[in-house]
Write a protein that binds this ligand. Structure first.
Ligand SMILES: [Zn+2]
Ligand SMILES: [Zn+2]
Length: 320
């Protein structure tokens, strides 16, 4: 397999989950994304969360506990009889805002039907309704996956990067009181431990079934079901060759390629907050400026870097 911009050589597998596995593992859950979204809007107390989502007591307390355990929230008891706690975002929890903003922008641009409203996001500094753009922190030019050279770092490799199995993944539809998911397209990529790895491989230029199979080492039946899900959501296309002997290729659609900012911001966040001390999982270079790539989100109107405090997300609070 020869892919421009991607060096497939992997470090030896140490049997440990790296930062990407941990970070994608924490965020690969729809309720968790919703909880973070409301927490970023200022919700702290149990009832502030429960009144905004059709969520059962067991699911909500389980997710809050998982967020505390992963270090994204801190639990503070503010009353003892009866015991009442509030959940405050830590620095790593607050640092998820660019991921949510990137998801929001992608959903608004590429997903037609929503089971919830997707009000516009406003840049407070320039006053415009915006879609965040991924740019290089160094040169501030917009960046797509094709502009980067990617290699595995010391803690990299596919096996170390796939989230470990957890039981909560199953609840993506069943745990939803209304019987469907709010972000079906995003969750097609995020909500399954293999899907984001598949997406990563596709972004790096992996095309054929056998290449996905050997890169990720997952069973063919599972691979084929994950590929179908991504096709159903319009993220991958199956392209058949001219002769029947030629194997079909799986290529990202425009919609699939446009998901890259979400992946890039999640990788940056995971490497920063789930650092295992063994060095980075991925080393990416922005080819045109030569700098090590770190992505930031910028305003598509005024070009300024976005900050958590410079986006008006208040419209989000009126939904669900
Ligand atoms: Zn650059
Ligand atoms: Zn702006």
């Amino acid at each position: 397999m020869s892919i421009r911009g991607y060096s497939p050589a992997e470090p030896a597998w140490t049997g440990t989950a790296n930062a990407l596995s941990r970070g994608f593992g924490v965020l690969g859950d729809e309720w968790t994304l919703f909880l973070l979204r409301f927490a970023l809007l200022g919700c702290r107390r149990y009832t502030e969360f429960s009144s905004r989502m059709p969520i059962s007591h067991a699911v909500l307390s389980g997710r809050l506990e998982a967020l505390v355990k992963a270090g994204l929230m801190e639990r503070h008891e503010y009353q003892q009889r009866p015991p009442r706690a509030e959940y405050l975002l830590t620095d790593s929890g607050r640092a998820t805002w660019p991921i949510l903003a990137a998801i929001w922008g992608w959903e608004r641009t590429w997903v037609d039907e929503h089971s919830y409203e997707t009000p516009p996001m406003r840049h407070v500094t320039c006053g415009n309704e915006i879609t965040p753009v991924l740019v290089c922190r160094e040169c501030h030019q917009p960046v797509g996956v094709q502009d980067l050279d990617t290699a595995w770092g010391p803690s990299g490799g596919w096996r170390s990067s796939v989230p470990e199995v957890t039981t909560r993944r199953r609840s993506s539809t069943r745990g939803t009181a209304v019987g469907h998911t709010f972000y079906p397209d995003t969750m097609a990529i995020f909500g399954n431990r293999w899907s984001w790895a598949l997406m990563g491989a596709a972004l790096l230029g992996v095309r054929r079934f056998s290449e996905f199979e050997s890169a990720l080492g997952l069973p063919p039946s599972l691979l084929s079901s994950r590929l179908s899900t991504l096709r159903e959501h319009g993220i991958l296309d199956q392209v058949t060759g001219e002769s029947s002997a030629e194997r079909p290729e799986y290529r990202l659609t425009e919609k699939g390629l446009a998901f890259f900012p979400v992946i890039a911001m999640t990788i940056g966040w995971a490497e920063r907050w789930f650092d295992t001390g063994d060095g980075p999982a991925l080393v990416q270079t922005h080819r045109s400026c030569g700098a090590e790539f770190h992505g930031v989100l910028a305003c598509d109107h005024c070009g300024e870097d976005l900050r958590g405090t410079s986006i008006d997300l208040s419209a989000l609070d009126e939904t669900t």
